[in-house]
Design a protein around this ligand. Structure first.
Ligand SMILES: [Fe+2]
Ligand SMILES: [Fe+2]
Length: 347
């Protein structure tokens, strides 16, 4: 199989028998069929993603407006850099997910990807809302386009963008699988380590609105991770030749390299300049995340001895785990569309 078959737009001769449905290279009718699904987890996923609907402006950033100028230079520098990186990641996701969906021949998966794409757009907009509220227009643009002045940020963005670009040029099943793994790394390592910085500010009683925005985003990212994890597990069943030991080692190497870059970036953007965090805590947390992601898709860990959540970082889950509603997280939002309280835990 040299090239993937592109999903047809209209295909009356497509297979309606769910047993014939495939993630890639299937013969889809492309009809949005919510009644007949091959992948049973999709209905739970869809329900959860729909229940998570939120609007960035719901969150009050009044305290953040006062806090932002009072942050120490190290904190403000990290805030700007990490926000800039997140804006890039969510923008890239918004643009790339439809490109992935073009080659997925299971319509129910494409439905999920459409919702995810919408959510990534909301995330990008929430960063703009944060910047709009807390900074002057000049600072705002400096944050948004920081990769123009910061070579290290540009380097990171280039590495991530190039991985996605590879699939733009080469539509082979293996390149597709690498893109899906790259997506999984982006969602499950880069985002989570960025979120952790905002939660640290939150636990130090700084920028509470920003931390709250991030919690909503994090809740969506949980579902994205769930989606991509399941996509990988289905691909493993349907396309075992994409998961030979040799190829799995390539994917694991991608995860290890993603972690290495994230650690380097964390040391550069946060370093030892932010109260509550140290370089060592950053390293431990990211190595743990790398192992956690590996184990959820059945891969051997990439950092031996870092399988357990580091004790110094146990506070992160109090923010990132939306099931722990002992804070006023959900009380702060309008209940009109708060249909869901349960959340599938971090994978
Ligand atoms: Fe996102
Ligand atoms: Fe996402």
């Amino acid at each position: 199989m040299e090239h993937l078959k592109r999903k047809p737009l209209f295909n009356p001769e497509g297979d309606t028998d769910v047993r014939k449905r495939r993630m890639i290279n299937g013969n889809t009718t492309n009809l949005n069929d919510f009644n007949n699904m091959k992948y049973t987890w999709v209905s739970d996923w869809y329900r959860q993603a729909m229940n998570n609907f939120w609007v960035p402006e719901e969150i009050n950033l009044g305290t953040d407006v006062k806090d932002y100028p009072m942050l120490s230079p190290g904190e403000r520098r990290a805030y700007d850099k990490i926000l800039s990186f997140l804006v890039f990641l969510d923008s890239l996701q918004t643009a790339n997910l439809p490109a992935v969906g073009e080659y997925i021949t299971a319509n129910e998966i494409n439905l999920c990807l459409s919702i995810q794409t919408f959510q990534e757009a909301v995330h990008s907009q929430s960063y703009s809302y944060m910047l709009d509220t807390i900074c002057e227009p000049h600072t705002r643009n400096q944050v948004l386009y920081q990769w123009k002045d910061d070579e290290r940020l540009l380097l990171r963005n280039t590495f991530i963008g190039d991985l996605y670009n590879e699939f733009q040029k080469d539509k082979s099943p293996f390149t597709f699988a690498k893109t899906v793994v790259a997506n999984f790394i982006l969602e499950g390592i880069y985002f989570y380590s960025g979120f952790m910085f905002f939660y640290n500010l939150g636990r130090n009683h700084k920028m509470p609105g920003s931390a709250q925005e991030i919690r909503y985003i994090n809740r969506d990212e949980n579902t994205h991770l769930w989606l991509f994890c399941n996509m990988i597990l289905e691909l493993k069943k349907e396309e075992p030749e994409l998961f030979t030991q040799e190829r799995v080692n390539i994917y694991r190497e991608m995860i290890r390299e993603g972690c290495r870059q994230e650690i380097e970036w964390g040391h550069y953007a946060i370093g030892d300049q932010v109260p509550g965090l140290t370089k060592e805590m950053i390293t431990d947390y990211i190595q743990y995340l790398g192992n956690l992601r590996c184990s959820s898709i059945g891969f051997e860990p990439v950092y031996e001895g870092h399988e357990k959540e580091p004790e110094s970082m146990s506070w992160v889950s109090q923010y990132s785990n939306a099931n722990m509603i002992k804070t006023d997280f959900f009380e702060a939002r309008s209940t009109a569309y708060a249909k869901s309280s349960a959340l599938v835990d971090d994978l």
